[in-house]
Design a binder for this molecule. Structure first.
Ligand code: MIC
Ligand code: SF4
Length: 644
């Protein structure tokens, strides 16, 4: 039987386990990437494994998230990461060089290879046929040390694209349509693979927008074939030698097929506060807007910027609107500055930001109170913009730019005929902001530069045999890692200081949680469905670990967060009977006896709720390897144990 493209790459990289849907496999990882907000912790973890040099084909450390330097913390972290990179054989993309996913697509991604990154939008490189997966920092550290990366062998959902996008309808509208169909939980345990005649009509940056935002489906990753369009893109990046043609076999069998006729799509928006709350722009109507932000790893390519500049040319941003634009990389910014597109943006009144994540992660440009902001980003979770009552709509660059001019949410098809926007035959190549690592002989003399805000990994201990503790928090469905461990300009500089950042854990939901959990010493959290969706930040597990959380019991988990909990030695449990979720209340005293034996012997954990006077079963749905990790007290202890 023929294989899908994802299956071909998976199967070529399996080093342990069987390609059977639902079973755990170990993958050989060819490349890794980190960014600064997750990178400091990842490199502290890598250092503690005592491996002198990375064992991957290519590892790259990017500085793109914590670029607002309103104190010494972020700058210290940048220096720390730069020095670790130099010493241990990692390429270092300096601040200003661009957003990790955009730069990796331009300069490092290779069709058919595997990449894991400590950022959930790592699947961006799926746009050139790479198997690129978001992971926790510790998983990336292990992969840098030559260890395998473990996932559940996924189902493959095929999205068959036919037709061609109408003028002013964008790649963003394609992924919004997929989100409308599948929802933010619909991709869990699945890879989304695009195929069909419509693929050839999409450029690489458009494909990358689609695979990037597949993260919002909860998918393991998303992937496009590598074809002549990919070839032209790689050639234009002067990386033709890295190109290989790749596609699914003609008789490949997908677990499910979704049909999308590109010509039928219209401009859409994801309404507050979820990326799957998708409606057409015309159904939402002409709502008045306060802000427009264009950029982020989803929509900051040269192609996006050329379209935006065309729409803005000769116009002025509406007097009631603030327009901010962050081109995705130095390459993009440089090229639009040379071809005049940047001048058109500046002329229109756009506020040009550096090539970094910026407003997407709340690093500046928070909207006004109750402000309505249109953003070309990928997440519109409540409060993520930095303004609690802001209303964020996710839209294409075309919708964003046109709306910025007219002052309300508007349909860019009103612009009439669309010129052909073409990618250049040669991109501007200058990798001078990527610092090469020291040679193996020089590495010994490289000094690691550590700032005072960099604190060690939290204390761990082997799994106890009996847990008696209270439920410190009960939350509902679709809790994001932005709820668990908020980001933004004030909190992000604490990413390398777990004791300090823990003071902000869950404060979006309950301001007293950190102090309550700390006072309890040990506790358990109760959650609903799709708990931990969104970012890959392992801080959403490390802060609870620091605060004494022993287990999280939910209706279901998002993939990366569940793995991060295991890595941190926190039990990820699900209710065997979902009705039990209603019966356990905050403050209840919970007891788990013979825990080690229960973990070793099966996947059912018996729990007594003394306050409610009930017993219930929770499921520990993890592999035997993950059980060993939990028994050891987390992946770091497990890895040291196995290495030593
Ligand atoms: C995000 O978009 O939420 C982030 C910030 O890029 C995160 C990583 C982080 O929290 O550092 C992600 O998506 O993984
Ligand atoms: Fe950066 Fe936003 Fe992309 Fe996350 S989603 S990597 S914060 S641009």
């Amino acid at each position: 039987m023929g294989k899908t493209l994802a299956q071909k790459i998976l199967d070529a990289h399996i080093v342990e386990g069987q390609p059977i849907c639902g079973s755990e496999i170990a993958l050989k990882i060819d490349q890794t990437l980190t960014q600064d907000a997750t990178g400091t912790m990842a490199y502290l973890e890598f250092e503690s494994m005592g491996i002198p040099r990375v064992k991957t084909e290519r590892s790259v450390a990017y500085i793109d998230h914590n670029t607002l330097q309103s104190g010494f913390e972020n700058a210290d972290d940048h220096r720390f990461i730069g020095s670790v990179a130099k010493k241990h054989g990692i390429y270092f993309s300096r601040p200003g060089n661009g957003i990790c996913h955009q730069v990796h697509l331009e300069r490092f991604g290779i069709p058919g290879k595997t990449l894991i990154g400590s950022d959930s939008h790592t699947p961006t490189c799926g746009g050139i046929g790479m198997l690129a997966i978001g992971a926790g920092g510790l998983d990336v550290a292990v992969a840098m040390g030559g260890g395998a990366y473990y996932i559940t062998y996924p189902e493959i959902v095929g999205v068959r694209l036919t037709g061609k996008l109408s003028p002013w309808v964008a790649a963003k509208d394609v992924i919004l349509e997929v989100l409308r169909i599948l929802s933010v939980k619909g991709g869990v345990g699945r890879i989304i693979e695009y195929f069909g005649d419509g693929v050839a009509t999409l450029s690489v940056p458009e494909r990358a927008t689609i695979t990037n935002m597949g993260a919002e489906l909860g998918a393991t990753t998303s992937i496009f074939p590598s074809d002549e369009t990919t070839h032209a893109f790689m050639k234009a990046q002067q990386r033709e030698a890295d190109w290989t043609p790749l596609a699914a076999d003609p008789d490949a069998k997908y677990d499910r097929i979704i049909d999308i006729d590109l010509s039928k799509l219209v401009p859409m928006a994801a309404c507050p506060h979820s990326p799957d709350n998708v409606k057409t722009v015309s159904d939402i109507g002409k709502i008045k807007i306060d802000q427009v932000c264009i950029g982020s790893c989803t929509n900051s390519s040269l192609l996006d910027m050329l379209k935006v500049a065309y729409i803005l040319e000769g116009k002025t941003v509406h007097p009631d609107v603030s327009l901010a634009i962050a081109p995705g990389s130095k390459q993009v910014l440089n090229m639009i500055s040379k071809n005049g597109a940047l001048a058109k943006m500046i002329d229109s009144g756009a506020r040009i930001l550096e090539s970094a994540c910026g407003p997407c992660i709340g690093m500046g440009q928070s909207p006004n109170s109750a402000g309505i902001s249109l953003r070309t980003f990928n997440r519109n979770f409540e409060g993520r913009s930095g303004t609690k009552d802001a209303q964020i709509y996710l839209v294409s660059p075309e919708v964003a730019a046109y709306s910025a001019i007219v002052g309300y949410l508007a349909d860019p098809r009103e612009l009439g005929e669309m010129p052909e926007f073409k990618l250049p035959e040669v991109f501007d190549i200058n990798d001078n902001m990527i610092t090469l690592p020291a040679s193996e002989t020089d590495a010994g003399s490289v000094e690691i530069l550590r700032g005072p805000n960099i604190k060690p990994y939290p204390k761990t201990s082997p799994l106890e045999d009996k847990i008696t503790c209270k439920c410190s928090l009960k939350v509902g469905d679709n809790i994001t890692t932005d709820h668990i461990m908020p980001a933004g300009a004030k909190i992000l500089p604490l990413r390398s200081n777990i004791p300090e950042i823990s003071k902000h854990c869950f404060t979006v939901c309950d301001a007293d949680f950190p102090s309550r959990a700390k006072a309890l010493g040990q506790s358990i959290i109760i959650g609903g469905a799709n708990y931990g969706q969104g970012s890959s930040r392992e801080h959403a597990a490390l802060a609870p670990l620091h605060l004494g959380v022993k287990a999280v019991i939910t209706k279901s988990f998002a993939r990366i967060h569940k793995a991060n909990l295991v890595n941190a030695g926190i039990l990820p449990l699900t209710f065997e009977n979902e009705e039990d979720y209603e019966r356990v209340l905050m403050g209840d005293e919970l007891v788990i006896e013979d825990l080690r034996a229960q973990v070793k012997n099966g996947n059912i954990i018996k729990i007594t709720d003394k306050t409610a006077g009930i017993e219930f079963n929770a499921v520990l749905d993890v592999s035997d390897r993950q059980k060993d990790i939990l028994l050891c007290g987390g992946l770091l202890d497990y890895t040291k144990h196995h290495l030593g």
